[in-house]
Structure formats: C-alpha cells, structure tokens
Design a protein around this ligand. Structure first.
Ligand code: SIN
Ligand code: CO
Length: 392
C-alpha cells in the first residue's frame, strides 16, 4: 500500500480521514529537502512579463494596511523594499520551470485535473500575506527557512474581510493551532480553513494548490455543450395545469415543474458530462495561453514523426497544456486545452501514454503506431504544441 509522504498513513487513509475534511501537519514530508530554486531565481521569474506574480507588503502594525503590487516586478520595486514584512509570490512555477515537475509526482494519487499550480513565495522575516482562507485544497511545503503557521480548525464560509483590498484578508482571526515549519515539513489545508503564515527568517514556501469547478461554472459548461450538440430542447410542459385563480402569479406548481425540467435536463445530459468535465478542466489559463501555443509547429504526419524519432529526438509533454482522458462505450476521448479529440476503442489503451507521461521515446511511438487513430492524434497534438521535440 503506497504510504502518504513519510507518515503512517496510506494514501487512501489520507483521503478518507483528511482530504477535504481537516488539516494535517506532516513533519519531514520531504526528508532533507533543499529548495531547487533560489530566492534570486524566483525574483527573476517575478520580473518576467508573461509570468503572474505579486508583491504583498504589510505597512502598519494594525493588520489592515497592505500594499499589493502586481507583476511583472521591476528592479525599482525590489530597491524600495524594506528589510522585513513583505512577500513575493509567483504562480505556475511548475510550468515555467519544468524541472520542478518531479515535485508533483507524489501528489498524483489525486487526479491531475484537480491540481492547479505550484505557487512559490519568498519572504524575509515577518513577511506574510495575512490571515486568509482559500477556496482550494492546498499543501504548503516549507522549502527554505522557517515559517510559523497559525490555523483555524473549522472551515469559515462567510468570512468578514478587510475592506478595500484585492486580498481576502480576514478582519478577525482566532487561531486554534500554531506550528513552526522547517524545510521539508508540509501542512495540508482543506478549502476555507483560515491560515496565517509568518516568516521567522528568510523563507520560501511552496503551495501545491488544487482546484474544483463551481456549480455555476459546470452549469455554464453543460449549457454550452448542450447548445453545441443541439440538445436540451424539450420545452416546459404543464399537462397537469389547474385553473389559475391569480392570473399573473408564478405559482409554486410552476416552480416545481421548472425544477423537475432542470433535473431532467441534467439527467439527459449524462452522456456528455465526461466531455463537459474533460473540456473545462483542461482549459488553459488565459495568462498561460501565449506560452502554451509557442510550441505549435507544422507537421507532415506519421512518417515525419518516425524520422524525427530515428534521428534521436524525443517528445516532451508541454507543461503549459492540461491533458485528461475518458472512455465510453464507443470511443476514447482525449482532452487538451479545452478541446476533445477521439480515438477508436483499440486506441483507448494509449490514452494514458499520450496524456500522463512526461516524455515519449521511440519505443513509445512504436507502441502507439499499433493504432492508427492514436498515432494520428499524437501528430495533431504535436502540431498544436501539446508535445514538442527535444534532443534525447
Ligand atoms: C505564502 O506562501 O505566504 C502564502 C501561501 C498561502 O497561504 O496560500
Ligand atoms: Co493561503
């Protein structure tokens, strides 16, 4: 049974007892952890135009005065910073530095599509983003230095926030637990649990964030797919209509019929729900779209792919794209960047190869070639930049 980091728990026990339920502190989740990125390299990323970053400064001692500077950050921003009380945050570092992707591997017992990104923060002493809640599950790995985390033991849904900030800082926070985290220690928090981390010295924290679509996002996606496929056209009907005493009233029976009709629409949409989910969870974040499509190329087809492999090239999965797959009674579906692609039933066994592996070698290609629809699909994904060539 796969163990959950360095704990006595199995991965399934973690899911059963903690995931989406309660916080868990894991001492030495990553033993002898040394950050693969330095604060200077992180600052370099924060200065790049196409990389999402923020600087958060705490200005008074009252917990109410904060300044947020959105990236790209400049030398001037860094030059004016005080010695203490600030935090620099960089999003999607797993994609910008693909060598960090190996850090995601131990989390892959949770579906890939639930993962959002690896955000990395750097803070000198007293740096904090304030007490807050996030709508996401998060694993907070201490990567360098020490941070004191104070957390609440109950989720907060309706939080009172500090006014006028682009940050979700809680106006009031009474912690239940305090822990000092050393490099390699990790704190898991389910959504909506208040947390407040303060750097005790020069510190870096890696946040592995997981996301989940909301009801309205899913309903919107279902409606769009129904429209696309010309489904969901049944009209409201009321064969049980009774004489109406109040001729303008929207009465309770009408509302009940409407509710029934909407439930029916979702039931009827069942055959397309895997596609709806696959498409929505593989959409590319707008901030990453330009970087994702940079790898697109013109490709002749199967023979050219064979030649390139023969020349010693390998394929790398483009970290800026999201991939997923599903299978139904008649075909397999591969999702990339919010699009769906089909393979025949013989191709289903290659879907995980085309979506989950980090690299594809010549021997993977020999396998995929056994199924024409999968080989053609891989050609299409390469052309769109989902997989790109690199030297072995
Ligand atoms: C931080 O790294 O300072 C904040 C991370 C978080 O609270 O999500
Ligand atoms: Co947070």
């Amino acid at each position: 049974m796969a163990s959950f980091f360095n704990t006595e728990l199995s991965q399934q026990q973690f899911l059963d007892q903690y995931w989406q339920k309660k916080p868990l502190l894991i001492r030495q989740a990553f033993t002898d952890f040394v950050s693969p990125i330095s604060p200077e390299e992180l600052a370099g990323l924060a200065c790049e135009e196409e990389i999402e970053s923020r600087l958060i400064e705490e200005q008074g001692q009252d917990g109410k005065s904060w300044q947020v500077t959105c990236g790209p950050l400049s030398d001037d921003d860094f030059a004016r910073l005080p010695e203490t009380h600030w935090t620099m945050l960089v999003q999607d570092v797993d994609k910008h530095l693909p060598e960090l992707q190996s850090l995601l591997e131990p989390f892959r017992f949770i579906p890939d599509w639930r993962r959002d990104d690896l955000m990395i923060s750097y803070a000198p002493e007293f740096g904090t983003v304030g007490p807050h809640t996030d709508g996401y599950d998060v694993f907070l790995l201490q990567a360098m230095g020490e941070r004191r985390w104070k957390i609440g033991e109950q989720p907060i849904r309706e939080a009172k926030l500090v006014d006028g900030l682009g940050l979700q800082i809680l106006a009031e926070f009474t912690p239940d637990q305090t822990w000092d985290l050393q490099p390699g220690d990790m704190l898991y928090l389910p959504p909506h649990f208040a947390h407040h981390g303060v750097a005790l010295n020069d510190c870096m924290t890696f946040s592995f964030g997981f996301r989940a679509p909301t009801q309205v996002e899913m309903l919107d996606a279902v409606v769009n797919n129904l429209l696309e496929q010309q489904l969901g056209k049944a009209e409201y009907s009321d064969p049980d209509l009774l004489i109406n005493k109040q001729s303008s009233e929207v009465d309770a029976q009408s509302v009940a019929r409407l509710k029934q009709m909407l439930h029916q629409a979702i039931d009827d949409a069942e055959p397309i729900l895997a596609r709806v989910l696959g498409k929505i969870v593989t959409e590319t974040k707008p901030s990453l779209a330009a970087l994702a499509t940079e790898a697109a190329i013109e490709l002749e087809g199967i023979d050219e792919v064979t030649t390139l492999f023969e020349q010693g090239e390998i394929l790398q999965r483009n970290p800026y794209f999201r991939f997923a797959w599903s299978v139904d009674a008649t075909s397999g579906q591969l999702y990339m960047a919010g699009e769906v692609y089909e393979v025949d039933l013989q191709g289903v066994k290659y879907l995980s190869v085309l979506t989950e592996q980090a690299i594809l070698t010549s021997s993977d290609w020999q396998e995929v070639l056994n199924n024409q629809s999968s080989a053609l699909l891989l050609c299409q994904l390469i052309a769109e930049g989902g997989w790109f060539w690199s030297e072995d």
